[in-house]
Design a protein around this ligand. Sequence first.
Ligand SMILES: Nc1ncnc2c1ncn2[C@@H]1O[C@H](COP(=O)(O)OP(=O)(O)O)[C@@H](O)[C@H]1O
Ligand SMILES: [Mg+2]
Length: 549
Amino acid sequence: MSRISRIKKILGVVSRYRLDEFVDTDKLPTLARTGLKLIPWRLRTAPNLPRGVRIRKSLEELGPVFIKFGQMLSTRRDLLPEDIADELAKLQDDVPPFPQQQSIAIIEQALGDPVEKLFKHFDATPLASASVAQVHSAKLLTGEEVVIKVIRPDIEPVIRQDIALLHTLARLVEKYLPEGPRLRAVEVVADYENTILDELDLQREAANASQLRRNFEDSKLLYVPKVYWDYTCHTVYTMERISGIPVTDLSQLRAKGADLKVLGERGVEIFFTQVFRDSFFHADMHPGNIFIDASNPADPSYIAVDCAIIGSLSESDQYYLARNLLGIFKRDYHEVAQLHVECGWVPPQTRVQDFESAMRAVCEPIFERPISEISFGQLLIYLFQTARRFGMEVQPSLILLQKTLLNIEGLGRQLYPQLNLWDTAQPFLEHWVQERYSPQSMLKKIQRQAPSWLEQLPLLPDAVMENLQHSRDLEQSSSLQQRRLDNFQAQLESGKRRGKYRTLAFIALLFAAAAAIPNSANLLAQAPPLTWLLALAALILYWRSDSSD
Ligand SMILES: Nc1ncnc2c1ncn2[C@@H]1O[C@H](COP(=O)(O)OP(=O)(O)O)[C@@H](O)[C@H]1O
Ligand SMILES: [Mg+2]
């Protein structure tokens, strides 16, 4: 679809659902305001539907890229009002599958052989089909059952075009919606662009899966299907086929007798392990991507597919998260606020007491509820909202983590409603903080760094000398700058003074001239010495102005 017809379609949707009603027309330039008033769709009454439904239906009509965008938006509960977020969460991207001949053509072109030669069996009917990719099952010549993921043909230009439109819409939203700036639409679209473009590269997804698999190789908690690299490239990803129970299929899990409490707790444990031990977490914890191996019902484990979106935290983000969660759950808001200032997350002039009382105000009502109802994800949303208000830049990786945490909680509580996340998380976090900052781990860190420090040791004297010289130069240049600045200021002052004296001299001269006019009506002319006096005053003032340099 060309860009023009896409824009026409968007305008059609805007008019059908009267999305223009959400615009703050006072903020519009006059031309646009008048234009909007003249547009005939304003005669059409708005559909009698809540605003969330109007937005959801609009996105549905705009197609898969917008639908996925809406799904992603629904997880930004830190930005969106609840009614809209709830409605957007209902979006389903059930896209019709693309013809099997196209799948086969893509596989054959990517892997360089006809499908019959590549596989013992290839199931042309897709197992699943979504907006970016489609999945087929097959059997390798060596007998292994596999699943092949194929990127939808010609999807990339469509995505790029729609993303460009979304960027434009985001700029408009930020500018012309009453709550525009708070919605951070431009940032949200940029974030979405990154994730959807990541999904287009299956080699990258396979590499993520391969890393996640290795991270949990020695653990019984999580299994990730093996990648068949000989049958994988940017557009085709071949992996081991797994047979698990979808995590949301509670009746099947119960029928198997799976221990749901253990499952719920293990979900939390896996998440915290990924975040803190590996700093590599699966960030698309969509129920369709998680399966359960309940072959041993008392010891059930997880299987994860779809590793396109992976999150990773820097050491300082890990520290931020662990210390703050511990602080919040101990209800030690003072510590939370102090940490923010000490670590430079908020500006140094922030008043600790203000931050502390803001956190207390949002957290205390939450802690009124039983711990099994408290949402970690929600607490993080509050923490980020407060920190933002005090000037902190919340990193996108932390937002991704918070969204994933909400998903994990949702899943965990679906499995076991009384799940007490804190019971699992607290020992984990305390242990992590202790371990990370224990003398032993500091020693280990030093040991790890030592070879590179040793290597750089011979360069140290030179570097020190260079630095000394540099700071001396800097000192000299800064005192030179200071002198220049002082000079400049002095000149400015004397200029001002000179101007003042000259103005006074001019006025005195003017009066002297007036007094010199022989006219009976001229009061000044009645006293002739006045002319001389004024002329003298003008002369003195002029002389002062010259000597005021
Ligand atoms: N290794 C696998 N074994 C069995 N089924 C799989 C496997 N990988 C994916 N699937 C099925 O295909 C669906 C879509 O795969 P997924 O990788 O999640 O694609 P998408 O990125 O389109 O969501 C999954 O929800 C799952 O049902
Ligand atoms: Mg998926």
